[in-house]
Write a protein that binds this ligand. Structure first.
Ligand code: NDP
Length: 363
């Protein structure tokens, strides 16, 4: 940490910024998340390099959560250390977010959606991240045991106390999103943004013939959408086209991606998608991100990375966001020809699916 970081003076030249729903705030089309590779078990200098690379490319938004690590809290702590050294003077150029909702500390107040948990957690996050406020604070998931109004009261308190400028929700179903929005509005605050997972391999947010998709609801409510795991944790990159490399997330068996997630059907689909990408002069990850950003209702793709080069590659997605209809048709055909396992019990066990499937929030 013994050199002085000088941000690239050209950093705003090529990044695209999209308005968050009907709001004034704009986010970069590509944002960086610190879920993996920024914890106490990772190399701090690599995390620092990734943050520099991102910011130098115009990525002004870094996304965290209370329990990112491992160990829980360590990604926020590491971010705080790097922030103090390199980004303090750029604070007003940054959008920082954090969340609470999943398991964080022992006892009855360290998990869920209670006002007690969310309020205490935000205070802890601010200390770890060395911030006076975050730009966005999220309810990380719908808690079926906490009334929605209590969770919304916690978000309202975060805004009214000045600890968060904006608030949002993550992995709430379309029904729960509408309920949450209306309750928050009655309390005098508005939800600005939703953070759902969305990738070619998991399209639950899209418009449905039944009219119950998430994206149309967000559009109607004027909310933005920042889509997490757009590369399906690496499955939609060139990483697993020929096996499972030892330095990959799947080999490390950390988080929710294991060797078992790299199924022959998914690899076959990725190989076929890679051919479409090649014809577009893109890498598979570039095409996977461009495909998400083809929808103007999406504010930002929230990527992860394990090294700076991946961030550079991914930002090249912005060089070509246009798809011909026959390319979109081909992609749909490939995706429907393979069992991608979205409905497998293992995938459905992801906590974010459990939350997003819950259409009966406690009121
Ligand atoms: P991605 O789908 O973008 O997967 C990132 C992984 O893909 C990287 O760690 C890397 O894996 C691989 N990768 C990325 N770019 C490339 C490339 N160009 N070439 C080859 N491989 C590449 O997203 P994440 O799953 O990391 O999630 C992103 C963020 O979303 C998180 O950091 C977090 O902020 C947020 N999130 C939010 C959740 C919520 O509940 N709200 C849940 C999950 C994530 P490898 O390590 O193998 O190199």
């Amino acid at each position: 940490m013994d050199y002085i970081y000088q941000a690239n003076p050209e950093r705003y030249a090529n990044m695209q910024y999209r308005r968050c729903g009907d709001w004034g705030l704009k986010l970069p089309a590509i944002s960086l998340g610190l879920w993996h590779n920024f914890g106490s078990e990772d190399k701090l200098e690599n995390g620092r390099n990734m943050l520099h690379t991102a910011f130098d490319l115009g990525i002004t938004h870094f996304d965290l959560a209370n329990n990112y690590g491992p160990v829980y809290g360590s990604a926020e702590e590491n971010f705080g250390t790097i922030f103090e050294k390199d980004f303090k003077r750029h604070r007003d150029e940054l959008i920082l977010s954090t969340k609470a909702g999943y398991d964080m500390w022992a006892g009855p107040y360290g998990d869920g959606g209670s006002k007690k948990y969310l309020t205490a957690s935000l205070d802890q996050s601010l200390k770890r991240m060395k911030q006076d406020y975050v730009d966005i604070f999220y309810s990380h998931r719908l808690d079926p045991e906490t009334p929605l109004w209590e969770t919304m009261e916690a978000l309202a308190l975060a805004v009214k106390s000045g600890k968060a400028l904006y608030v949002g929700i993550s992995s709430y179903s379309p029904v729960a999103t509408r309920e949450a929005f209306n309750i928050a509005k009655e309390m005098g605050i508005r939800l600005m943004i939703h953070q759902p997972n969305y990738s070619m391999f998991d399209r639950w947010v899209e418009d449905k013939p039944t009219g119950h998709g998430l994206l149309p609801v967000l559009e109607e409510l004027g909310m933005g959408a920042i889509c997490f795991a757009p590369l399906s944790q690496g499955l939609l990159t060139n990483k697993y086209l020929n096996g499972v490399p030892e330095d990959s997330r799947a080999a490390k068996n950390s988080g929710f991606l294991s060797r078992g997630s790299v199924t022959p059907e998914r690899v076959k689909a990725a190989q076929e998608l890679n051919e479409v990408a090649k014809n577009r002069n893109q890498s598979l990850s570039e095409m996977a991100l461009a495909w998400i950003l083809r929808d103007r209702r999406v504010t930002s793709c929230l990527i992860g990375a394990s090294r700076p080069e991946q961030i550079i590659d991914n930002v090249h997605a912005l060089d070509n966001l246009h798809f011909e209809q026959d390319e979109l048709d081909k992609i749909d055909e490939i995706l429907s020809n393979h069992d991608l396992g979205e409905s497998s019990p293992k995938v459905q066990a992801h906590p974010w699916h459990k939350s997003a499937d819950d259409d009966n929030p406690k009121l």
